[in-house]
Write a protein that binds this ligand. Structure first.
Ligand SMILES: [Zn+2]
Length: 109
């Protein structure tokens, strides 16, 4: 298993798919115990909640329908990510860079 620390969110490869996980305090339903290695090589076990599988763009699926969001540039040149579903519209605001929009989307998903 490959581990990488990404702020308080962790990208962990399970069955060749990248899962975004969030470190949590203790064990409950849907929480996994994962092993993480920090930059100085220290290994520790943490509890993490599996937030979902990342696509090639590093995005989590929409929390309402499970599809991956679409990206667009708005009239002010900002980056937006949105899911225009049948019964919901889910989006993050406008960001200077696509990466900022991705980070925000993944926090909400
Ligand atoms: Zn959706």
């Amino acid at each position: 298993m490959e581990k990488r620390k990404l702020g308080e969110q962790l990208v962990i490869t399970v069955d060749k798919k990248k899962h975004l996980m969030k470190e949590v305090e203790g064990w409950e339903n849907h929480i996994r115990e994962v092993c993480i290695v920090n930059e100085s090589g220290e290994v520790r076990m943490v509890f993490a909640k599996d937030l979902g599988i990342l696509n090639e763009g590093g995005l989590l699926p929409c929390p309402f329908c499970g599809r991956y969001p679409e990206h667009r540039i708005d009239e002010f040149g900002g980056h937006q990510l949105f899911c225009d579903g049948e019964s919901h519209y889910c989006s993050v605001g406008s960001f200077k860079t696509e990466q900022e929009a991705i980070d925000e989307w993944n926090k909400r998903a």
